[in-house]
Write a protein of this length. Structure first.
Length: 101
């Protein structure tokens, strides 16, 4: 029995993951900029947009977390890479910055 080999190398897998994160971040950024949607409306729009982009379905807890932030006018950051290469809007909800000793 011959060992199975994965035709994708690590670099290719990383490129695919980064492209996926960038697309998800762009969807979220656009929704956060639009604003004015209730949580259920954001859930529906997010599921539809992710599906239309061929990236879904996403896990329900992820959809709920993203929708919570977007409904409050805040972008959800998918990954550090996606945040660096997309135009993530500033949050509309004030976020405290504090150090805990």
């Amino acid at each position: 029995m011959e060992p199975t080999t994965d035709p994708m190398d690590d670099a290719e897998r990383e490129n695919i993951a980064r492209a996926r994160d960038e697309r998800l971040q762009t969807i979220i950024n656009d929704m956060a900029r639009e604003g004015g949607r209730s949580h259920p409306e954001v859930v529906r729009a997010l599921v539809e947009a992710v599906d239309a982009a061929g990236l879904g379905p996403m896990p329900d807890p992820w959809v709920e977390a993203v929708a919570d932030e977007v409904a409050q006018g805040n972008p959800y950051v998918v990954s550090a890479h996606a945040a660096r290469v997309t135009d993530v809007p500033a949050p509309t909800t004030e976020v405290r910055s504090e150090s805990i000793d």
